[in-house]
Design a protein around this ligand. Structure first.
Ligand code: NVA
Length: 314
């Protein structure tokens, strides 16, 4: 069976722990595993802007012995020039893995259903699961554990990062708190799913209207841009409601002693995060950015091995 990584809960708790261990091992020995030797190609398709994702996948695929192939979303016109199904049938004849950043989760599902090779979600409107593997690796490196750790996500909880923290965090047995203005928290369905996962891992998922309450005693405080890619037209209305959720040093002072501050980047200093937090001693954002490469290499190696790829010794 071909395995995909389309959303955070595609990995069971045991699989997530395995991928994190693999990422740690890959970080220690970056050139030891070559499941893409050939080199086999990996298509990287971007329908939204990218910096970290393109660079970390490109470098990581090369380090796994493969060849990264940038597919320019505007030229490919997936779903516009031809259907997602037809694109999938063509890509599956050429490449070993498809990495796709796009808008709709349903398009990613369609790609996965027809391509015949592993598909990796490189961010959709709904989820950013590769970022979460990198983030969990970063938390583990700094705090030494994941299960039982309390994380507070501030700001646009309804965006891909809020959803991914809920699902990936509870999968890891963490206590995930999300705090955003009314209308900007994850859906009830997302909280239900996180609750189901948490019931099996000892984690929890909770919404907080008050950001101070959410941050109080937290081991990890996370934020993200208030204006995700594709939401630029809503800038004025968003800026008007998000102010109280900015991650400032005053807010950070309510967190547990030794707490870390996280941001997937790009960051807007003076908006969702204060400069003295992102550039201060509690910030681990550059580790998160580096860990994208190690995490994504582990995801690709895991999916290839699970999908029965002959060269894919993990
Ligand atoms: N929520 C952000 C994440 C950027 C990596 C966005 O979708 O733009």
């Amino acid at each position: 069976m071909i395995r995909h990584f389309l959303r955070d809960d595609d990995l069971t708790p045991a699989e997530q722990a395995h991928v994190l261990d693999l990422a740690q091992a890959i970080k220690a020995e970056p050139f030891a595993r070559r499941p893409l030797a050939g080199p086999r190609s990996v298509a990287m398709i971007f329908d939204k802007p990218t910096l970290r994702t393109q660079v970390s996948f490109g470098a990581g695929i090369a380090e796994l012995g493969g060849s990264p192939m940038l597919v320019e979303g505007r030229l490919a016109g997936i779903g516009v020039r031809e259907s997602v199904e037809d694109v999938a049938r063509v890509l599956g004849r050429q490449v070993a893995v498809v990495v796709w950043r796009t808008f709709f989760q349903s398009d990613l599902d369609t790609m996965a259903a027809h391509v015949g090779v592993p598909v990796v979600n490189a961010l959709t409107d709904d989820f950013h699961p590769c970022q979460l593997i990198a983030d969990l690796l970063t938390v583990r490196e700094h705090l030494g554990r994941l299960a039982g750790v309390t994380v507070a996500f501030l700001g646009d909880g309804a965006c891909n990062m809020g959803n991914s923290w809920l699902l990936a965090g509870t999968t890891a047995g963490m206590h995930v708190r999300v705090s955003g203005p009314q209308g900007y928290v994850p859906s009830d369905a997302m909280f239900e799913r996180a609750g189901e996962i948490a019931a099996g891992t000892g984690g929890s998922a909770q919404a907080f209207a008050d950001p101070v309450e959410a941050v109080t005693g937290a081991d990890v405080v996370v934020t993200d841009t208030w204006i995700s890619m594709g939401k630029e037209a809503e800038e004025a209305e968003r800026i008007a409601v998000f102010g109280g959720y900015a991650l400032t040093s005053e807010l950070m002072a309510h967190a547990a002693p030794g707490a870390i501050a996280m941001h997937c980047l790009p960051a807007y200093r003076g908006k969702e995060i204060a400069a003295d937090v992102i550039d201060g001693p509690q910030s681990v954002v550059w580790d998160e950015a580096e860990n994208r490469r190690h995490a994504q290499k582990a995801v690709i190696a895991f999916l290839l091995a699970q999908s029965g790829s002959p060269e894919a010794g993990e």
